[in-house]
Each structure stands twice: as structure tokens, then as C-alpha cells.
Design a binder for this molecule. Sequence first.
Ligand code: NAP
Ligand code: ZN
Ligand code: ZN
Length: 350
Amino acid sequence: MTTKAYGAYAADTPLEPIEIERRAPGADDVAIAILYCGVCHSDLHQVRSEWGGTIYPCVPGHEIVGRVTAVGASVSKVAVGDIVGVGCMVDSCRHCAACDEGLEQYCENGFVGTYNGPTPDAPGHTLGGYSQAIVVKDAFVLKVGHDARQLAAVAPLLCAGITTWSPLRHWNVGPGKKVGIVGIGGLGHMGVKLAHAMGAHVVAFTTSEGKRQDALALGADEVVVSKNPDEMAQHANTFDFILDTVAASHDLDAFTALLKRDGTLTLVGVPEHAHPSPDVSALIFKRRSIAGSLIGGIAETQEMLDFCAKHGIVAEIEMIRMAEIDTAYERMQRSDVKYRFVIDIATIAD
Ligand code: NAP
Ligand code: ZN
Ligand code: ZN
């Protein structure tokens, strides 16, 4: 099926309208008409090949919400007309130790990304959600239980939501824990909302003075402008856990110094340029850890979506037309996003 999309032909050219082919649904496939797609900083990193290895044409987008238009003969999980989500993965090997544990994001044979992943479909790599339709294996389709009026704001849960949910759960964030969220962008603002809903004492760290009030409204108990050393020093040695979502290279020591003994700083941001090497004595003398975390498995993504539907949690979004994507990228690059751009996919047809 010929489908209208937006993509780039090279790292240094803007996104433009492009026509792509979607496969006819097989027995275990779900065909989806895309309604909304969130704009993740990873889309920008990938389309500009900031991580290297981008295959062109590149159609980004992995925060997808849409309506099922067809299902294969063996699909029972969803039916035509259902509202569903697709996140960062569209397949994995399904038989390695990680897949067996429901941790498809750590698939030992490599998961298939929603874009830039290997596929037998034309043109040989996956093409993402900046498009009118997508066909996905049913095992990688998520059910959306939110109210129909919230669907645009649900889309960012498919990456920003799960990427913060998974480490918050893994490191047992909850009542009695002091938790920091660094970088109040797409991921960070969801981190604040989720950590607050889990019952933790939440401190938001931002470089943007103008986000102070917003961070409190999102659910932070305290806000620290991380450029201010005095404000930072007041929190030394007090955190159980800090989640760092910053999309650019920065000094990690400023945050490890805020951890208690045995505390953990978990990185989810994947900047183009490496962070300066951390001070090991700050780790050694308090048995502190620096860790990383990658999105989340399909089962825990469903768990997160169900939790958010139950608690009325969605992202704070600014809806854009497809043709405005380059401006959105420029603003995201300047940290000028409150707090996730979401594309109204109907505007691709314009
Ligand atoms: P985003 O919306 O652009 O937010 C990043 C935030 O980081 C900014 O809003 C800003 O917050 C802060 N920031 C930016 N530049 C900074 C700098 N130079 N110094 C300090 N703080 C800075 O990006 P996002 O979509 O949330 O993604 C964040 C990162 O996570 C990206 O690198 C993305 O590729 C990565 N990611 C990783 C995973 C994973 O599985 N690990 C999944 C999705 C995304 P303030 O204005 O509050 O300072
Ligand atoms: Zn993402
Ligand atoms: Zn696997």
C-alpha cells in the first residue's frame, strides 16, 4: 500500500514529503492508520545521523497512536477499529534469554527498531511513524485505554513514558525515596509525572529558569536550576536515585555528588558527543553507581499505559502540522519544548 510520509534523504537535508510502501498484512500483522506521532529527540539524532549508521531515506517516529484498519487471520489481541500504540520496537528474535524475560529491548540478536531497523520490506530498513499507516506484528502492538480526547497526548507515552517508567520501576522508586529527574524535556517531564505518581519525593533539575513553575505543576516537590552551584550543594549526598535524560554532553559529577551512599545515577540520554569521564573517587567513596537503561519491554510498556490510563496521566504536548517538523527540531535543539511536540498525522495529506 502506497503511504504518504515525511522523511529525509541525507543527514544535512530537511525532512520532505515522501511516498513509501507498506506490506499487505500477514497472518500475525496489524495494519494501523496513524492518528498522532510524538517527536522524540532520538528522531532528530537519527535523522541527522548524530549517532552514525542512519540509512536513508529515513522516516522517523516511534511514538505512534492509531486505529486498527486490518488484522491478519491469527490476530486475536486487537480488532479493526481498536485504538492502539506502537513504540520504539516492531520485532525481536523472541527466543533469546532477554526476549524470554519480556525484555525485548535487550534482545541478544538485536530488536528491530520502528525506524532504521532491518526488514525484508522495501526499501530494506524500517520506516517510522511520520506516515499515514504502518503494519506491525501483533506482539509489538499496545492497547490504549485512555479517553478518545486524550489520544494525541498518549502518543509520547510510547517512548518518553516507557523510557522513564522502566528505570523508575527497576530501581524501586516509590514512597520514602528521594528521586531526581535531570532535564525537563520530553522524557524528563514524563519522569517527573511518573515518579510523583509512584509516590516518591521528586526533585526536578533543569537548566531553564523558565521551567521552574511548570516543573512544580508537573508534580515535582522541589526544583533545582542545575547551573546554580549553591542550589545544587544543598542536595549533596541525599538522593536514592537520579534519572538523567539530558540529550547533550555534560558534567556527571555534579549529579553523582548528590547521591547518598549506594545511590544510582541512571543515564537514558544518548548525546551525540560523549560526557566527560566521571570522577571515580566520587563513586568509590560512597559505593555509588552510574547505570544506563534502554526504553522498556512490551509487557512493561502495556503495564505503563494501563497505569497511565487508570491515573489519567498523559504528556504535556504542543500539536504541530507535519510541515512544521523542521521548526520543531530547531526548537527541541534549543530546549524550547513544552514538553513534547506531537504531529497531527492528518496534516501529511495537505
Ligand atoms: P528533549 O525533549 O530535547 O529534552 C532534553 C532536555 O535536556 C532538554 O529539554 C533540557 O532540559 C535538557 N538539556 C538539553 N541540552 C542540555 C545541555 N546542554 N545541558 C543540560 N541540559 C540540557 O529530549 P528527549 O526526547 O527527552 O530525549 C532526551 C535524550 O534521551 C535524547 O538523547 C534521546 O535520544 C534519549 N532517549 C533515550 C532513550 C533510551 O531508551 N535510553 C529513549 C528515548 C530517548 P532543561 O531545559 O530542563 O535543562
Ligand atoms: Zn524516543
Ligand atoms: Zn531476542
